[in-house]
Design a protein around this ligand. Sequence first.
Ligand SMILES: NC(=O)c1ccc[n+]([C@@H]2O[C@H](COP(=O)([O-])OP(=O)(O)OC[C@H]3O[C@@H](n4cnc5c(N)ncnc54)[C@H](O)[C@@H]3O)[C@@H](O)[C@H]2O)c1
Length: 308
Amino acid sequence: MKNKLVITGGLGFAGKNFYLLNRHKWKNIIIIDKNTYASDLKYFKKIKLKNHKLVLADICKKHLYEKYIDKNTILIHFAAESHVDKSFNSSLNFTINNTFGSHVLLEICRKKKPKKIIFISTDEVYGETFKYKNEKSLLEPTNPYSASKAGADLLAQTYIKSFSLPIIIIRSNNLYGNRQFSEKIIPAIIKALVSNKKVSIHGKGQTSRHFLHINDFCNAINIIIAKSKLREIYNIRGRKCYKILDLMKKMSKVANLDYKKHFTFIKDRPFNDKVYKISVSKLKKLGWTENKVFDKEIYKLIRDKSFL
Ligand SMILES: NC(=O)c1ccc[n+]([C@@H]2O[C@H](COP(=O)([O-])OP(=O)(O)OC[C@H]3O[C@@H](n4cnc5c(N)ncnc54)[C@H](O)[C@@H]3O)[C@@H](O)[C@H]2O)c1
């Protein structure tokens, strides 16, 4: 029997782009998503899913979706509450969806024995890092979002050790690209620039972030599915790193607008990691390279008013 692809969080930014880039390669794809505010269901209503299936279900409720996972499944687990800001005020929601939800999914996998599980984590699990961290570095999260993801990441590691599950963990830096929800910084800036509004920037905009185009990220997932040994962990990051205020200036320049008119400083997060530095050499050994050119992609996103 042929493999099938199961994507959790497939209505969100990363899952949706992964689906769109890969759907022609797979006969059988099942998207599982509970359709939160961050989902792009509208878009899915417009496109034809062909033989593919959308299951509106919460990963915390295993009876709603466990039947879709079996020994022929390649599972990609994107589903999560993903916005750090929100996690300061509704942290339990993050623990429930990200940590507990992932644990429920791992339990299903323990019983159903899928072929491969690609488990999407984040660079934020390392906490603020000025020196490059590799995949063996300690996890030292500093906010409720990253703690909830670190909890999931550690559970996945224990399911590798205790139950030998065929998991591969990917820890990514900030992603950007088509139709991203405008709570994230790049679509928030685009939205402000194209609708003549102001974007709110934390503190003085002095925190730095690396950015990676979603297509390069999806390409990495495909390379990892095809070439990686099981039970490995990979970091992934883009070359470009900007202080948020400099990003604002850069994007305003691309849009030919005066940045000063389009941002306002707001109170900083209770804790805001200054930067995440992660080594990507392990992934590069599999043959992955970053292809997208940041400036060109930013130009296109602004031109196409691409945000949700
Ligand atoms: N976007 C980034 O910059 C970035 C960077 C590093 C890692 N990540 C990780 O990548 C993954 C995808 O991020 P994204 O940007 O696409 O997030 P997103 O917020 O755009 O989408 C998340 C999707 O998951 C779904 N979801 C949330 N809780 C669920 C639950 N309990 N059951 C079923 N579905 C649920 C939501 O409905 C949504 O459609 C997340 O695990 C995130 O932590 C994202």
